[in-house]
Design a protein around this ligand. Structure first.
Ligand SMILES: NC(=O)NCCC[C@H](N)C(=O)O
Length: 258
């Protein structure tokens, strides 16, 4: 049976010191952030995901954004090398967790940098954002890791947002969704649906027609409901203050046979 496991990582007590690059810093309420994180994890569990907590990395303010530390393709866990130096210590605990789950482990090596938030998989097509966090060597190493396994890696320029998935994700049928003002090259995506809000570009596929979305994208939730999907809405505004979105808070392991 394909797995329905998801990695998550409890917020660091230093969360409020997390990086901000494209937005103004706002005060983060650490207690509220923990409540929001717990509700996010509960939403995954309610929809059938077995959540696995990676050991916390309390000294790493951004460690809750576990998506950036590893990219899954089939049963291979490619350990990222975050573009921000302050985030590099996050990967050790994640490596331990995926190895413990029986994944084959591979690594992005210096001088390459790659953040998991830059990688969007749609079937065997793997889009990778080349931007502030992922460099050209990171794109090359991603290709070298996954193309022999059957992936087609497509590089996408990203300059207006932190990560590729800050601008685009995809619906269950593979339609790419994005907020055009935040995209460099919308024409790269063959089947594309523009959404009216920046946060509307972020969905986590929970299975079937259920889409996990942020409360900050009500118009897009309405649009998706009208298209026959079922939005499952969580408030993650304390994390949004740190330039994060719903995708960043988990890594789904969908192709482990356990
Ligand atoms: N995948 C993501 O979009 N991750 C968000 C990371 C936010 C964090 N403050 C950072 O700048 O690295």
């Amino acid at each position: 049976m394909p797995s329905k496991k998801a990695l998550v990582r409890r917020p660091s007590p230093r969360l409020a010191e997390g990086l901000v690059t494209h937005i103004e810093r706002e005060r983060v309420d650490a207690d509220l952030a923990v409540e929001q994180w717990e509700a996010y994890v509960a939403a995954l569990r309610t929809h059938g995901w077995d959540t696995i907590e990676v050991d916390p990395a309390d000294d790493c303010p951004d460690s809750v954004f576990v998506e950036d530390t590893v990219v899954m393709y089939k049963n291979v866990a490619l350990i990222a090398r975050p573009g921000a130096e302050s985030r590099r210590a996050e990967t050790a605990g994640v490596e331990e967790a995926v190895a413990g789950l029986g994944c084959s482990v591979n690594w992005i090596w210096e001088p390459a940098t790659l953040d998991g938030g830059d990688v969007l998989k749609i079937g065997d097509t793997v889009f990778v954002g080349r931007g502030g966090r992922t460099n050209a060597a990171g794109v090359q190493q991603l290709r070298a890791a996954f193309e022999p396994l059957g992936a087609r890696v497509v590089a996408v320029p990203v300059s207006k947002v932190l990560h590729l998935k800050s601008a685009v994700t995809a619906l269950p049928d593979g339609t790419v969704i994005g907020h055009i003002p935040k995209m460099d090259a919308p024409s790269l995506f063959a089947r594309f649906l523009p959404v009216p809000e920046e946060a509307g570009a972020h969905v986590v596929l929970l299975g079937g027609d259920k889409l996990l979305m942020a409360a900050s994208a009500p118009k897009t939730a309405e649009l998706f409901a009208d298209l026959g999907y079922k939005p499952v809405v969580v408030d993650i505004n304390e994390f949004e203050k740190l330039e994060a979105c719903v995708t960043c808070l988990s890594v789904r392991l969908r192709e482990l046979y356990v």
